[in-house]
Design a protein around this ligand. Structure first.
Ligand code: NAP
Length: 371
């Protein structure tokens, strides 16, 4: 993928004419708009910049991006200090998730043609099978060389794109790459979800809302927690068989077990970390499966192995998933005509507002930025 670093960029609104030279040396006077992380104090701010239209090289695909979506990770990146986690995001394009239309293909590209509707994979280099050391640095939107999707156009490789299921809009497709594939991997690839299984979803954010609609479509029995009774009412409409307000009920795990007649849950998508892991383990049925995903409330404590052994439980560490997971998920979604839960769609100019909504927590499901 070409990163912005290979081009001359100017800030939008400076009035400076852009006459840029692409990596391949081709002259271009056409520009596009994209967001980048700019240094602001100890951290970053979002800045919209005008940059030369990217040129497509051999083996590459040029995509006109129509929609992107936010994940909690994107919010963390914008709001962390420079150098946290040893990475510097300066001038990087934000957001891993985006969907659009192929507008040019380079030599030797046979997988896609102009006009195809495509969505980004979270990792550009995890196609199939087991993860390896090369996968992590290929996560989009999180470091030099892995430019994100918050741009009018991006250049990428065919293997880092999948076709959009025909019935989904660009905005819906843009919600899939991180949250959707993570929930899929946790429940199906690693969890072997079966009809009738009880599934615990923590909160009603991106990963959990996908877990809810996937579990319901598979004939499983989702139980979901939230800080908001309004969101829980919506979750019931989406197929939750049980709901618990974790803010009103601190010992929510007792209620979760009661909802299963003390059987426990067969699956947990563990996104909470510090404040939820121990309670999630208490909620677990014999032979249950915990998909370790995140730490919305803080870093998770060590897992008490005795509790796992006693229940015959299994734990999987999840890191989104491969392109093969994405394709399997799309086939399932298409079969069940599943539509992602979208809270709100912002315009390209409102990107900061989209981040602010994620920051204040008053959303359910996914937040989208249309481009
Ligand atoms: N390992 C991976 O591959 C992977 C992939 C995706 C995400 N993640 C991680 O998973 C986590 C969730 O990501 P996301 O993008 O789905 O986040 P998100 O869309 O921002 O959703 C976060 C949700 O967490 C819920 N929450 C907050 N405090 C809670 C608590 N004490 N108990 C239960 N729920 C609580 C809130 O639900 P209510 O508003 O309903 O209260 C909120 O909507 C993050 O830590 C993220 O970094 C990891």
């Amino acid at each position: 993928m070409k990163t912005l670093g290979s081009f001359l960029a100017v800030a939008v609104g400076t009035g400076i004419a852009v006459a840029a030279i692409s990596q391949s040396g081709a002259q271009s006077t056409e520009t596009i708009r994209q967001y980048q992380f700019a240094v602001s104090g100890d951290g970053y701010e979002l800045v919209m910049r005008e940059v030369p239209r990217p040129a497509v090289g051999p083996g590459e695909v040029l995509v006109r991006v129509h929609a992107t979506s936010l994940n909690r990770r994107d919010w963390y990146i914008l709001n962390e200090s420079i150098g946290d986690r040893g990475l510097d995001y300066t001038d990087n394009i934000p957001l891993s998730d985006g969907a659009g239309e192929v507008i040019a293909v380079g030599e030797r590209v046979t997988e896609f043609q102009v006009g195809d509707r495509v969505v980004s994979t979270f990792f550009t280099d995890w196609v199939d099978g087991k993860r390896n050391a090369a996968v992590r640095p290929s996560a989009r939107g999180a470091g030099p060389g892995t430019g994100g999707m918050l741009s009018e156009m991006i250049v990428t490789t065919p293997r880092a794109l999948v076709p959009i299921p025909q019935y989904l809009s660009y905005e819906e497709a843009a919600t899939l790459p991180c949250a959707g594939v993570t929930a899929w991997n946790g429940l199906f690839t690693q969890g072997n979800l079966q009809p009738g299984d009880f599934v615990l979803l923590e909160g009603t954010g991106g990963v959990s809302s996908f877990g809810l609609i996937f579990a319901a479509a598979a004939g499983a029995r989702p139980i979901i927690t939230s800080s908001s009774n309004e969101k829980l009412a919506r979750a019931r409409e989406l197929g939750a068989v049980g709901t618990v307000n974790y803010r009103e009920n601190e010992d929510w795990q007792v209620e979760v077990r009661a909802l299963t007649n003390d059987y426990g849950v067969d699956h947990v998508l563990e996104i909470g970390g510090r404040d939820t892991l121990a309670k999630a383990l208490e909620s677990l049925a014999f032979e249950g499966h915990v998909a370790l995903i995140g730490g919305v409330t803080g870093a998770a404590p060590p897992i008490p192995v005795g509790a796992l052994m006693g229940r015959g439980a299994t734990v999987s560490g999840i890191y989104v998933g491969s392109r093969a997971d994405f394709e399997a998920m799309n086939a399932f979604m298409e079969e069940h005509r599943i539509r992602p839960v979208i809270d709100r769609v912002f315009s390209f100019e409102q990107a900061q507002e989209a981040y602010d909504l994620m920051g204040n927590g008053s959303f359910m499901g996914k937040i989208v930025i249309a481009i």
